[in-house]
Design a protein around this ligand. Structure first.
Ligand SMILES: [Zn+2]
Ligand SMILES: [Zn+2]
Length: 293
């Protein structure tokens, strides 16, 4: 039974006093008993929260009552277990770290999931650009998408230097929920890209509407689940690091000094006790022997 609701949302809007807003908002979230992680900056809000249907519905109402967020959009997902342990709200300098000044007034135009799918079917010469990190597109991406070898969104501008030849092409970019494309598309335009648009609502919105179409694999998400259960039936495109069977479940290596993010199948997760390699596994075995002796 999926009775946990997960909300994902963001809005770029001027928040005059983020510290003040954080205090008030934290109390509201605590009163609701909501779990999650929310970032607040002068440029807006970015969050993911979870709770029962009642709690998340109430949360939506509370946020929308504030006129700065009256038109905020929520992406919704179901989960079996709450993907957060507590509620954390942080004040940051950016709601998504990019470290690059961009003019959000001249960003790529939004296109709907429907228009996005039409582009695929039209056969038009268009570049589908994935704005996400390598560990995200490794487990899933849109067909024929151009991907970037980046580990962090702040590396996006550097990676764009290699896309010089795409400047005159029609570029449609996407990310998980849309927040990164707002900045990334503005950056591309600033760099002289002539025709840039972005998938409105990102992969999560598209996946709800058109599962089993032009998406391959799964969708990485930044909470304990590490992947969204949105209904995409194409099957995994990655393999277990240990036994090489096809699967798409990430985990962090159990050895704290390692903490490597890697793909592992359920069998190997048990066999190797959540370790990324035989070396790390040995450390765990030695440790547990010490405790027993
Ligand atoms: Zn395996
Ligand atoms: Zn390891």
């Amino acid at each position: 039974m999926n009775n946990v609701k997960v909300l994902l949302f963001y809005k770029y809007v001027n928040i005059e006093n983020p510290v003040e807003f954080k205090k008030k908002h934290l109390l509201e979230c605590e009163d609701l008993g909501l779990l999650g992680r929310i970032l607040i900056a002068k440029e807006g809000i970015n969050g993911s929260v979870s709770g029962t249907r009642g709690q998340t519905e109430n949360y939506k109402q509370i946020l929308k009552k504030d006129k700065r967020f009256s038109d905020i959009e929520f992406k919704e997902d179901d989960a079996i277990m709450p993907p957060f342990k507590k509620i954390v709200i942080k004040v940051k300098s950016e709601i998504i770290k990019f470290q690059q000044d961009v003019d959000l007034n001249s960003k790529g135009k939004h296109i709907s999931s429907e228009e996005f799918l039409d582009l695929y079917n039209s056969g038009e010469d268009v570049v589908i650009l994935d704005a996400r990190n390598e560990y995200e597109w490794q487990v899933g991406k849109f067909k024929n998408a151009v991907t970037l070898p980046i580990e962090n969104f702040t590396e996006f501008p550097k990676a764009v230097e290699k896309l010089e030849k795409l400047k005159d092409k029609k570029v449609v970019m996407y990310c998980t929920g849309g927040i990164r494309c707002e900045k990334a598309s503005a950056y591309l335009i600033q760099e002289g890209f002539k025709d840039v648009s972005q998938l409105h609502g990102g992969i999560l919105t598209f996946g709800k509407k058109y599962p089993d179409s032009v998406w391959e694999g799964t969708c990485f998400v930044f909470d304990k689940r590490l992947k969204s259960d949105i209904n995409m039936k194409s099957g995994p495109i990655t393999k277990c690091r240990h036994c090489k069977t096809k699967c798409d479940q990430y985990r962090n290596c159990r050895v704290p000094e390692c903490n490597d993010l890697f793909v592992i199948c359920p069998n190997c997760d048990i066999k190797f006790q959540g370790c990324c390699s035989k070396e790390c596994w040995k450390k765990i075995i030695i440790q547990s022997n010490k405790i027993q002796n």
